[in-house]
Design a protein around this ligand. Sequence first.
Ligand SMILES: Cc1cc2nc3c(=O)[nH]c(=O)nc-3n(C[C@H](O)[C@H](O)[C@H](O)COP(=O)(O)OP(=O)(O)OC[C@H]3O[C@@H](n4cnc5c(N)ncnc54)[C@H](O)[C@@H]3O)c2cc1C
Length: 416
Amino acid sequence: MSLTSAGGVNVIGAGLAGSLLAILLARRGLHVTVYERRTDPRHFVADSGRSINLALAARGIRGLELAGVLDEVMRFAIPMRGRMVHEHDGKAELQMYGVRPGEVIYSVSRAELNRVLIAAAATHPNVEFKFRQLCLGLAPGRNALEMRDEATGRIYHTDPLPSIATDGAGSAVRDSLVAHEVSDVREEPLDHDYKELTIPAVDGKPALEVNALHIWPRGGFMLIALPNPDSTFTATLFLARQGANSFERLASPAAVEEFFSREFPSARVLMPNLTHEFFANPQGSLGTVYTRGWHLGSEVLLLGDAAHAIVPFHGQGMNCAFEDCAELVRLMDQHHGWAGLFEAFEHERRPNTDAVAKMALENYEEMRADVLDPEYRRRKAAAEAAEKQDPNAVPRYSLVMFHADIPYREALLRAR
Ligand SMILES: Cc1cc2nc3c(=O)[nH]c(=O)nc-3n(C[C@H](O)[C@H](O)[C@H](O)COP(=O)(O)OP(=O)(O)OC[C@H]3O[C@@H](n4cnc5c(N)ncnc54)[C@H](O)[C@@H]3O)c2cc1C
């Protein structure tokens, strides 16, 4: 069987990876049916509580380019040239991300990006979206997936076609594969949670430098902020759940006020709705999901966060999921059957997703603490000088963010 001739595929989840994958598979002549539990985001405002904006870098850009949607995404993408590090005394310093002019990352709205991808996929005659359809896991006969129509409550099975599960970090399909002893999963929750807050515009103008990712590092915790096209910034507090400085201690408006005024005075003055938002917005949890056994024969494959959710500190979860999509499609040229393709995909990707999971955890330490350390700054300056002289002496951060041709695993090993 040729994987590029007309055939059918189910995609479970029309999030970032699922909608991009639908475009790429349809372009290869496959008929793609996408099942998504939410309502169509083109007609309704997206759920709140997930990250509002995301950092897009080279690996994600490559996936968008492959799908022919990069120009449209770039219309609302805001370049960020470096990290603006805000010290406790109010001093702010821009630490550039790259040494070459094009080496920037972009702040993009998750909701807008998802809408663009779904709209682009929906224009393709080979793609059909089915919204408000919840996947419950493998069907009893295991050759299809069991679904529930959220509008009617009807339970039914998908057509018995290869299914690619892009149903995110809490994947029901992954749970089902574990229950059927197809997959092994190790979940490592982080003991730090996050909460999103807003820095509004001041007289219609951005309150901070627009072309930067802002960080208020405080050693054990941090606040960050990414720009939005409407001149606001979305700030995210990353903080331990329990302990001396923790979410547990921020149980009253007075405690929140005192904590922000003490720890982030320069951000506090830019957040007029702080205490209201703090209690109105959800507190999200973070963690790493390591899965072995990403596929069941030719029937099901896990991809994106469903296979390998990571912590967000390298800004790579979506970028990595887009790279998954590009790699799966690339491997289709080398395989004539789905089972072989799925197996090769896990074989190729897992060492890389393990590597980025490790680097993402390490980057939390770098962002919340190391960036303040004079020794770190000296080393960073030396690394930049070395890279300018020798293009092969690329620091790890740049390999991950700007060099889509270098696999994550190689980035990790080379930097060592
Ligand atoms: C705070 C935070 C900040 C982040 N920042 C960045 C960043 O800056 N850069 C970056 O690259 N990544 C970032 N990420 C990671 C990024 O959000 C994920 O890696 C990315 O969304 C993964 O895409 P996905 O398609 O695999 O999953 P998702 O985008 O989560 O999509 C899953 C889809 O499946 C649907 N679904 C779920 N369950 C079912 C079901 N049972 N049946 C049917 N449909 C279902 C969901 O509704 C959703 O539409 C961040 C994550 C967090 C939490």
